[in-house]
Ligand binder design. Structure first.
Ligand SMILES: Cc1cc2nc3c(=O)[nH]c(=O)nc-3n(C[C@H](O)[C@H](O)[C@H](O)COP(=O)(O)O)c2cc1C
Length: 204
């Protein structure tokens, strides 16, 4: 195969981001609610995100710093109180999800600005965004800096799933009822998840 080499280790940051965030796709998008010390609700999307295991149920996300070097509100709130709700979004929520990426000053709520309805979570203080098909109540297990990257590991405590998406008996998900969007290249590329195909899993 003719391959072009990209020395990402020698070109970290913006250069590596263009390539790696463009290649490793689609990425799921976490729309994360957190609260600050005054109880102001913050919501922001993060696509450096995934579920990383299930015993315990685990997710990882990477809320970074603003250009001025201070932690984004999500990161600051997670560091301060260790609680969040991670939402998955479908296509009708795409506009609001993207609007939540607007940099607002600390203390100004994207949820209020976007008129997003909320309801209380059960085990954490940040609220659930009512319109989202999936909401995962989480608490922080670990926050580590790797260079400029802040990796936050959370334990998923409780999942709220819109009726019809997951079978209450088998816990299996029905994709006829669930079509989350994913992220392609930054800043504006997204993908639908309707084009599913199947391959038998290899059995010995
Ligand atoms: C789809 C999408 C994915 C994003 N993923 C990340 C990410 O993984 N890490 C990050 O630091 N910012 C990411 N951003 C940018 C943040 O959402 C943006 O900086 C936001 O203003 C942070 O809000 P906060 O300060 O309220 O936490 C993403 C934006 C979009 C639209």
């Amino acid at each position: 195969m003719d391959a072009v080499r990209f020395d990402v280790a020698a070109h970290p940051g913006a250069q590596a981001y263009k390539l790696l965030a463009g290649l490793v796709v689609p990425r799921p998008i976490a729309l994360v609610t957190t609260v600050d010390a005054q109880g102001v609700v913050n919501a922001a999307p993060f696509s450096f995100f995934n579920v990383m295991g299930t015993e315990p149920p685990l997710a990882v996300l990477a809320p970074g710093d603003r250009d001025d070097g201070t932690p984004k509100d999500t990161a600051a709130n997670l560091l301060a109180n260790g609680e969040c709700v991670i939402h998955l979004c479908d296509e009708p929520l795409a506009d609001q999800m993207v609007a939540c990426a607007r940099a607002l000053p600390p203390g100004v709520s994207e949820v209020v600005r976007e008129r997003m309805a909320t309801r209380p979570a059960e085990r954490v203080r940040p609220p659930i965004l009512s319109a989202c098909p999936v909401a995962l109540e989480c608490r922080v297990l670990d926050v580590r800096m790797y260079g400029e990257n802040r990796v936050v590991v959370v334990e998923i405590l409780l999942a709220h799933v819109r009726a019809g998406i997951a079978d209450p008996e088998t816990w299996r998900v029905d994709y006829a009822a669930y079509a989350p969007i994913g992220r392609m290249n930054s800043p504006d590329g997204y993908v639908r998840t309707r084009d599913i195909f199947r391959k038998d899993f290899p059995r010995a």
